[in-house]
Ligand binder design. Sequence first.
Ligand SMILES: *[C@@H]1O[C@H](CO)[C@@H](O)[C@H](O)[C@H]1NC(C)=O
Ligand SMILES: *[C@@H]1O[C@H](CO)[C@@H](O)[C@H](O)[C@H]1NC(C)=O
Ligand SMILES: *[C@@H]1O[C@H](CO)[C@@H](O)[C@H](O)[C@H]1NC(C)=O
Ligand SMILES: *[C@@H]1O[C@H](CO)[C@@H](O)[C@H](O)[C@H]1NC(C)=O
Ligand SMILES: *[C@@H]1O[C@H](CO)[C@@H](O)[C@H](O)[C@H]1NC(C)=O
Ligand SMILES: *[C@@H]1O[C@H](CO)[C@@H](O)[C@H](O)[C@H]1NC(C)=O
Ligand SMILES: *[C@@H]1O[C@H](CO)[C@@H](O)[C@H](O)[C@H]1NC(C)=O
Ligand SMILES: *[C@@H]1O[C@H](CO)[C@@H](O)[C@H](O)[C@H]1NC(C)=O
Ligand SMILES: *[C@@H]1O[C@H](CO)[C@@H](O)[C@H](O)[C@H]1NC(C)=O
Ligand SMILES: *[C@@H]1O[C@H](CO)[C@@H](O)[C@H](O)[C@H]1NC(C)=O
Length: 490
Amino acid sequence: MSVDEMGLAMVMSVRMAPLLPLIFLLIIHKVYSKEEVVNYSHPHICALKNSSVIMSCTYTYPTGCKIEKVFWTKNPVKGEENPDLSEDPEYSQRLQYLGDKQQNCTIRLSHVTQKDQHMYCFRFITDKPNVKWTGYPGVTLTVTDLQVEAPERVTEGHNVSLTCKSSCTLTDRATFIWYRNSQPLTERRDRNNQLLLQSVRREDAGRYSCALHGHTYISPAAQLNVSYAPKNVSVSISGSGVIVEGDSVTLICSSDSNPPALNFSWFKGGTFVGSGRIYSISNISSDDSKKYKCKSINEHGEKYSDALNLNIMYSPRRVSVSIIKSGQFWEGDSVTLICSSDSNPPALNFSWFKENQSSAVGSGQSFSALQSGRFYCEAHNQHGSQRSDAVTVTVKGHLVILYISIGVVCGAAVVIMLISLWIKNRNGAQKSQVNHSRPHNGLHKTCIGGERTDPVYENVEAAQHDSNTCKPDLNSSVYENITNKKRKRI
Ligand SMILES: *[C@@H]1O[C@H](CO)[C@@H](O)[C@H](O)[C@H]1NC(C)=O
Ligand SMILES: *[C@@H]1O[C@H](CO)[C@@H](O)[C@H](O)[C@H]1NC(C)=O
Ligand SMILES: *[C@@H]1O[C@H](CO)[C@@H](O)[C@H](O)[C@H]1NC(C)=O
Ligand SMILES: *[C@@H]1O[C@H](CO)[C@@H](O)[C@H](O)[C@H]1NC(C)=O
Ligand SMILES: *[C@@H]1O[C@H](CO)[C@@H](O)[C@H](O)[C@H]1NC(C)=O
Ligand SMILES: *[C@@H]1O[C@H](CO)[C@@H](O)[C@H](O)[C@H]1NC(C)=O
Ligand SMILES: *[C@@H]1O[C@H](CO)[C@@H](O)[C@H](O)[C@H]1NC(C)=O
Ligand SMILES: *[C@@H]1O[C@H](CO)[C@@H](O)[C@H](O)[C@H]1NC(C)=O
Ligand SMILES: *[C@@H]1O[C@H](CO)[C@@H](O)[C@H](O)[C@H]1NC(C)=O
Ligand SMILES: *[C@@H]1O[C@H](CO)[C@@H](O)[C@H](O)[C@H]1NC(C)=O
């Protein structure tokens, strides 16, 4: 009976006690207690995938023996020569014996995977053929990965905790680290293997994974979906370009919400006018610009957009003429007409017309009327034009000037004639006997209120009576009017 067999027999006795005679057990027990031979400090190891596992181990052997071979084997079977793991190609690269041939039988197994989940036992062989030993039961290795356990979705403002789950309690008490979208989270909000997110924000959404400090393995990511009521609701207009009054316009309500809002309402000046993400206005009016709003609704809330703000173009309207009278004494009255209109873009092109004349009489926003008449303006922008009502303009200034100039000219003429008459009279007194018979002097005599002796000059005298001795310019129609008027007054 070898020691080797005894060690194993004792192990077997635990599981299959009836198989071996009780007497052997008693004999062995006197020689060795199994703890005295091979002592594993961690009989159960829970290791993280891809990590390195240290299996700490001490052993003792009977004095007088010499250790010939020490090695580790897995899942030993009684009665069979269990193989040395370091010769197994699956392990040879990853297994490192850290112990010695005296008492330390520690090993390290690197890059463990789920395939490494076995019971590992230390075995020694001495020079005494009957002293061989397998430390049974050995170290049971469990390899775990990490899984992030998180609710699929959380509502903004709520608290949520994410758990980094392993299938066994890890022997290595390393701290957990967390990643969001592969970026390590610097805020330390973890508690053991939990990450606590308080009052969740939208920015907290993302793919979360966890790892153990000092280990390369990172868990698969779990998506955290943060739902929230609509935000940033806005109205936009489909297409681009200039919108002219009367156009058909399609409005689109956009919002940022999770889950995406599917329910939209449209309001015109506070009155519900429709639903759906898209709203069409046929025949848009420039007053509509600031009236439309939309509301976006999801299961977490609702929000209104700002009012639509559109630059709606329209042709001139409410075109009117205002009259500004101004004038200087020496110029006579001038009448300035101003054309005003409401249009977008503002009208810059104005035409002036005199009623019942087809061609324009002027351009520009203001117009100086020199003649009396009925005038209107027409304002243009690129979208159209409109004309104003006609206004009546009366220009008097030029007749007054005429009166004044005629008065001045006549006055001067009278003065000159008086002077020349006086001079002639002085000369005539000296020569009166010589020239008394000349009939043409009669005109001059009557002008100064002499006798009315000559009927040839009667008509002329009548005119002279009206115009205070002025010589009539019969070609001037203006003068004609004046004399007619004066005659009428008589
Ligand atoms: C086994 O080893 C541990 C630590 O290495 C020690 O505390 C324990 O006493 C040992 N047990 C025996 C039976 O030697
Ligand atoms: C066994 O050897 C390992 C590696 O050299 C060492 O870390 C460990 O402390 C040793 N154990 C004992 C009980 O001496
Ligand atoms: C979130 O946690 C904080 C602190 O534990 C607590 O004060 C708050 O009431 C919690 N909020 C909710 C919505 O549970
Ligand atoms: C396992 O660890 C090694 C380094 O120890 C690393 O290079 C490798 O990427 C890791 N493999 C996995 C799947 O994590
Ligand atoms: C609203 O949305 C626009 C465009 O999507 C974005 O530029 C802006 O930053 C957002 N505003 C807020 C407060 O989220
Ligand atoms: C969040 O959940 C909503 C509703 O299931 C889904 O429509 C959305 O795509 C999810 N977002 C992400 C980032 O997974
Ligand atoms: C949209 O929201 C309004 C107001 O909450 C509700 O009355 C209506 O039933 C909703 N429509 C749809 C299609 O969900
Ligand atoms: C468009 O609206 C204006 C007033 O808002 C109206 O005068 C015009 O007839 C409308 N045109 C059409 C085509 O409906
Ligand atoms: C002003 O409008 C008239 C009529 O549309 C056009 O003939 C003229 O060229 C315009 N003038 C300017 C300077 O735009
Ligand atoms: C201009 O013509 C209209 C008819 O076309 C007529 O009624 C109006 O009296 C005319 N105005 C002038 C000042 O001749």
